[in-house]
Design a protein around this ligand. Sequence first.
Ligand code: GLP
Length: 243
Amino acid sequence: IKEKAEEVAEFAALYVMKKINSHKCGPGRFYVLGLPTGSTPLGMYKKLVEYYRNGRVSFKYVKTFNMDEYVGLPQNHPESYHSFMYNNFFSHIDIDPKNVHILNGNASDFDLECENYEKMINEAGGIDLFVGGIGSDGHIAFNEPGSSLSSRTRIKTLNADTIQANARFFGGDLSQVPTQALTVGVQTVMDAKEVMILITGAHKALALHQAIEGGITHMCTVSAMQLHRTAMFVADEDATLEL
Ligand code: GLP
């Protein structure tokens, strides 16, 4: 628990940097990161860019897999997760674009796209550290309430609460928010060697309570992390109001 959201961001960025730097990365030895979008991880990305600019970390031997992507939004749409990741992170660091993996929400065959994504994660040797945020209903990636806790990468229909929450990125216009997304499954996250969930703000307090003090349930998919050996939640004080 950190006092403020900025300290959550700093802790997360330092943690990621430390992991990359201690991995002894090099040709044929990549550190594999799972990455989230959303407003919560923005501060972490900003800090990581700062550390890169100060020469404290390099992403040359890092591979990334993003959690999710909207279906049907052009890749260059300002609110696509592809744009989000390049605008806020990838364009500012030395990562090789061929080591960046983001689901293609415009693929002609979604099942094949999702199957290949899982294959690529396996071929990369699995994810070393999956960083995530959570929705206020306790979803991780786009694993909405009711998702199977054994789920793998697939297409999901977004629920009304999520569409409502994300409308702020689409000028508040609900009709502009995509209704489906491709997302890694709960099990895809569980398979990562380490998981770090960032959670800030009083509006997430109930979700954090359900996630770590409630039972494990598919109605709060992040609660599955209770079964992960090394999952860690990094929260600001506001998010702990219901603990
Ligand atoms: C979306 C994303 C999630 C993210 C959530 C919370 O639903 N698919 O990965 O955790 O938003 O976003 P924010 O951090 O903006 O609250």
